[in-house]
Design a protein around this ligand. Structure first.
Ligand code: SF4
Length: 488
């Protein structure tokens, strides 16, 4: 790499940039027509992962729930590895262990044996049966398999014991969508299977949070508690992926957290369902509305001032409870912090990537901070993503390049052509940020190269303060030498 001469005087700090020029003679420029993912047959550096991961994540958010993956071991191993990397917690996921015979003749035998072993050894309350590419392509008749497995359990353990374990089928052929769709399908499957009838009203609000971190779930609970609202938090992973290290209280050992199956059953009796990430849980809420008349409110993710206001307004309208002073103060604290730091954030150019709902939420928040989103990418294609970003852009008079269902290769190539001060996304953006020499502020689920992020919220007013601090401190780290930060 050749380094250009940089004049020392009369330039601002953000002009201290090195132009990278390839040294090799044979360097071939990229074919610009192949940069956009739509023109290629391959995805390079994808910003999404496979559909079963979302369904496994959801199932683990049910108390004494274990996913059973109908497929090869790799489909489970890499998900467990991903969860361990992110949360540093043990996670139990069972697998049908497909080998050549199952891949050719079908996975019935593996399934029936596997379910039997799982129930005998672990006595789970719920098993989420998660299909994979291979089982879906083979055409495993999972509905029949579940009936056969159930018959086998009754024969061996009796009706009473075997009926204590509910089995929920979640079809997740990964070629048909990403982890986002996997979670969405799991929400519908759990509700369809467990919330079978409407009985007495429970005066509660259902919350389907989507694939948020434990810190976010706890912050949503804090908001609901402050509102004096009883709720059913579906797929409550807070006490599962961030559980206390204590001696086992029982064998087999399950974490204390997770939504009890009975609460999911009770969701048909609630005042309404608030889905924080419309792409992750919308199917379940719409089913409840269609079948039982439980009002469905899809989004927005309560991230930043405006979106948190809407969330509280929705809760208030469902329950008739006004927003309390405590939360108005929390709102005021975030506004105060924004005013204190506006001179750092205003007019900074930012690129945002990740799952669609969190990208939309972050994009609005950075606009509230006076920043300018110049590129936004959702790794999962979405029917509403482009419109949502365009609405925000119109409101804040900016014009970001929108990548709907794009990959990080095209995102990076685009960012090389424009100037950004910051990237906001998950750990998959580390190399891009290093290459562009700009800070990466980490948000979203896939953060594995930092500790503590999973415990801290980005949602709610207090989460907004945490995220704002991250943004400003990252700008300070990258834009100012230490001696200048004394004068802030
Ligand atoms: S993409 Fe398909 S084969 Fe690969 S891990 Fe996911 S389910 Fe398994």
């Amino acid at each position: 790499m050749r380094v250009q001469e940089i004049p020392i005087e009369g330039i601002t700090y953000d002009q201290l940039k090195i132009d990278r020029i390839p040294m090799t003679e044979e360097y071939i420029e990229r074919d610009p027509t192949l940069v956009r993912v739509a023109n290629r047959a391959v995805v390079i550096n994808p910003c999404r992962t496979c559909m079963p991961l979302g369904a496994m994540f959801a199932t683990m958010g049910v108390h004494r729930g274990i996913p059973f993956v109908q497929g090869a071991q790799g489909c489970t191993t890499y998900v467990r590895y991903t969860f361990c990397r992110i949360f540093k917690e043990p996670n139990m996921i069972a697998n049908a262990s497909f080998h050549e015979d199952a891949a050719v003749f079908g996975g019935r035998k593996n399934f029936i044996e596997g379910i039997r072993n799982l129930v005998v050894r672990y006595r789970p309350d719920v098993i989420g049966v998660v299909t994979t590419c291979s089982s879906e392509i083979i055409g495993d008749d999972m509905v029949s398999f579940i009936k056969m497995a159930r018959k086998r359990l009754v024969e061996e353990l009796g009706e009473e014991i075997s009926s204590q374990t509910k089995i929920v089928l979640i079809n997740t052929p990964s070629f048909a969508g990403s982890h986002v769709a996997g979670y969405d399908r799991a929400a519908r499957a759990f509700i369809e299977t467990l919330a079978a009838e409407k009985t007495a009203p429970n005066n509660k609000v259902n919350i389907i949070p989507g694939m948020l971190n434990p810190g976010d779930i706890r912050e949503i609970k804090h908001l609901l508690e402050a509102m004096g609202t009883e709720s059913i938090m579906m797929f409550d992973i807070a006490g599962v992926f961030d559980a206390p290290l204590r001696p086992p209280q029982s064998i087999p050992c399950y974490p204390k957290g997770g939504t009890p199956a009975d609460e999911i059953k009770d969701m048909a009796n609630s005042l309404g369902t608030v889905v924080l990430c419309p792409h992750e849980g919308g199917l379940g809420a719409q089913y409840l509305e269609r079948k039982f008349g439980v009002k469905a409110i899809l989004g927005p993710l309560p991230l930043g001032v405006h979106n948190t206001d809407i969330f509280l307004k929705n809760i208030s309208e469902l329950t008739g409870i006004p927003v309390p002073e405590q939360l108005l103060d929390e709102r005021g604290l975030l506004l105060d912090f924004m005013a204190d730091t506006f001179h750092h954030t205003m007019m900074k150019k930012v690129a945002v990537f990740g799952d669609p709902d969190i990208v939309v939420g972050v994009t609005r928040f950075v606009c509230e901070l006076g920043m300018e989103p110049v590129a936004v990418l959702s790794g999962t294609p979405s029917k509403i993503f482009t419109k949502e970003i365009e609405d925000i852009a119109r409101e804040y008079q900016c014009n970001p390049e929108i990548f709907n269902g794009g990959d990080l290769f095209e995102f990076e190539e685009h960012l090389k052509k424009i100037r950004v001060n910051m990237i906001i996304g998950n750990s998959k953006g580390v190399d891009i940020a290093n290459e562009l020499e700009v800070p990466l502020v980490r948000v979203g689920l896939m953060v594995w190269d930092r500790v503590g992020y999973q415990k801290r919220p980005v949602v709610g007013y207090r989460g907004g303060e945490f995220l704002l601090a991250e943004i400003v401190n990252a700008l300070l780290d990258y834009s100012y030498p230490d001696d200048r930060t004394q004068q802030l």
